[in-house]
Write a protein of this length. Sequence first.
Length: 130
Amino acid sequence: MELPPSNLNELLLQSEQLPWRDKSLPGLAEKRLWQDEQTGASISLVRFQKGAGIPEPHYHASNQFMYCLSGAYEYTKTGLLLTPGSFYWNPKGHTHGPTVAHEEAVLLEIYDGPHYPEKPSYYTSEDDAQ
């Protein structure tokens, strides 16, 4: 997706008109709503198909925030279950996961900096780790 020039004062996107981009992790897709190329901060919609998830513990290079719009998405090690209306904050450097979607789940995901210190093994594409 080509992002608009950074000299705009405001931007309105209709997220339902944006295509889902499949990631290299099966069952995971993304709609990137905004990204700061300089800091790596971003806002995306992520969709996990039923049964999909992050297969191993991992951590992020910045704070991660998620708001569950639909579905049921679980952090299996802790039993934390995100359902519609749930807000989740994962502090920078905190190991968490694995995860699984008990049904299709759509989450608003925000990072205040880069996603990962290095590409996790569960992604085959560098683009998927940004």
